[in-house]
Design a protein around this ligand. Structure first.
Ligand code: S3P
Length: 441
């Protein structure tokens, strides 16, 4: 446990400039190590993200008997070699699997554990114990899974049971729920159908298809047939668009800035941030488009521009769901009233990202008016430097650090070390661009 707790950020007096890369995609990194463990043969995963959340998944797979060799090629980009154990080769863990703060780790692992011939317990931090698990418990039980919990919250105890394929209509667009059902479906009798209400990220479907799973999409329905042995993975993980969002928005709001972030994943289920920034008048360009590990990627350049407000609702919300903390910082600099609707899911993320963000940005002079499923923000506002708190939410911590760049005096972010849950090296990356941020204590 690190003792570094506070991050101090000075108002930015010069433009941000430079070309950077950001660490690998968190969603894809979780999946790569989990699915490689289930393959027949050895997988090679390049530029894997060693962040707090994904390291929980790596430790869990090791606790299930999977041998993973790590080459720490760069501090924030590891190369993994995973000796797959096959769908039925995992070993019983001798203690609860600790998912730490990571919802993706817990919800996807629950789908895999439901199909095992041994019992397991999934647990995590008090923050994760507070998040809703009914959304996976209910469909997995419908498939026949034996899961017990108290109040539909972690810890979850999962015992062996014969699973059946079901047709499940997701009540909310959620990649974690979709993935839990599909992964359990690998172990079921009969096919599993998942019907989606909106475009939740599809990394699970892409990766399982590349690994020889019998999975297809028909319109809004994903159909998976069970028990086909999985091929090993050979992938280079694209940079995380959800991490790139912080320097990109910083460049859009700090006068005269111009930056490039290389190799960003551009899966269409994840690019809502770029669509929303374009609606707000941000100037950026996309070059060097490539495909890596079955996922599109490209370099994205962004420069300072006068932003205007936007009305954000519908499918784009799902495609930008993790970016609302930083998009709200952009909205504080946009002329007019930005409205966000259809975003009730923000209330069940690492924290209630509507009310906590409203509370912290209020300290910096922002008025966010809350609704059950969204909020409004009036811009542009001259932000005040303040002492604010991440509430142990990595994306809130980074959004507040970017807001601090355009504040009138220095800002201190408390509990900022959680930034490493998704973006190790965030502070150094921002320093490379010319920002003045430093850790205190
Ligand atoms: C994720 C899915 C999303 C997202 C989360 C990562 C994933 O959550 O917010 O950060 O890797 O599947 P939901 O499935 O709850 O929408």
């Amino acid at each position: 446990m690190t003792h570094i707790r506070k991050l101090r950020v000075l108002p930015q007096t010069t433009p941000l400039h430079g070309t950077i890369t950001v660490p690998g995609d968190k969603s894809i990194s979780h999946r790569a190590v989990m699915f490689a463990a289930l393959a027949e043969g050895t997988s090679h995963i390049r530029r894997w993200l060693p962040a707090g959340d994904t390291l929980a998944t790596l430790a869990a797979m090791r606790a299930l008997g999977v041998v993973v060799t790590v080459d720490e090629a760069e501090s924030a980009a590891w190369n993994l070699t995973v000796a797959g154990r096959g769908l039925d080769g995992l070993q019983p863990p001798d203690q609860p699997l600790d998912c730490r703060n990571a919802g993706t780790c817990m919800r996807l692992l629950a789908g895999i554990m439901a199909g095992q011939a041994f019992a397991s317990v999934l647990d995590g931090t008090p923050q994760l114990r507070n998040r809703p698990m009914r959304r996976i418990i209910q469909p997995l039980q419908q498939m026949g899974a034996d899961i017990t919990s108290s109040d539909d919250k972690a810890p979850l105890t999962i015992r062996p049971a014969q699973l059946e394929g079901i047709a499940y209509r997701l009540p909310v667009a959620s990649a974690q729920v979709k993935s839990a059902v599909l992964l359990a479906g690998l172990y079921a009798k009969g096919a599993t159908h998942v019907i989606e209400p909106g475009p939740a990220r599809d990394h699970t479907e892409r990766m399982l298809a590349a690994m020889n799973a019998d999975i297809i999409r028909r319109d809004d329905t994903i159909i998976l047939a069970p028990h086909r042995s999985l091929w090993p993975l050979h992938v280079t993980i694209p940079a995380d668009i959800s991490s790139a969002a912080f320097p990109l928005v910083a460049a859009a709001i700090v006068p005269h800035s111009e930056i490039v972030v290389t190799g960003i994943g551009r899966n269409p289920t994840r690019t809502g941030i770029l669509d929303i920034l374009a609606m707000m008048g941000a100037e950026f360009s996309v070059t060097n488009e490539i495909e890596t590990g079955g996922e599109p990627a490209a370099d994205v350049a962004c420069r300072f521009s006068e932003l205007h407000s936007a009305a954000i609702s519908g499918d784009v919300v799902v495609r930008a769901i993790d970016e609302f903390p930083i998009l709200t910082v952009a909205a504080t600099q946009a002329a007019g009233v930005t409205t966000v609707r259809d975003a009730a899911e923000l209330r069940v993320k690492e924290v209630d990202r509507i009310s906590i963000l409203a509370g912290e940005l209020r300290k910096m002079g922002v008025t966010m008016v809350e609704h059950a499923d969204g909020y409004t923000v009036q811009g542009p506002i001259r932000l005040r430097g303040a002492e604010v708190d991440s509430h142990d939410d990595h994306r809130l911590g980074m959004a507040l650090a970017v807001a601090a760049l355009i504040a009138d005096r220095p800002t201190t972010i408390l509990q900022a070390n959680c930034i490493a849950d998704s973006f190790p090296g965030f502070v150094e990356t921002m320093q490379t661009l010319g920002a003045t941020m430093q850790w205190e204590e």
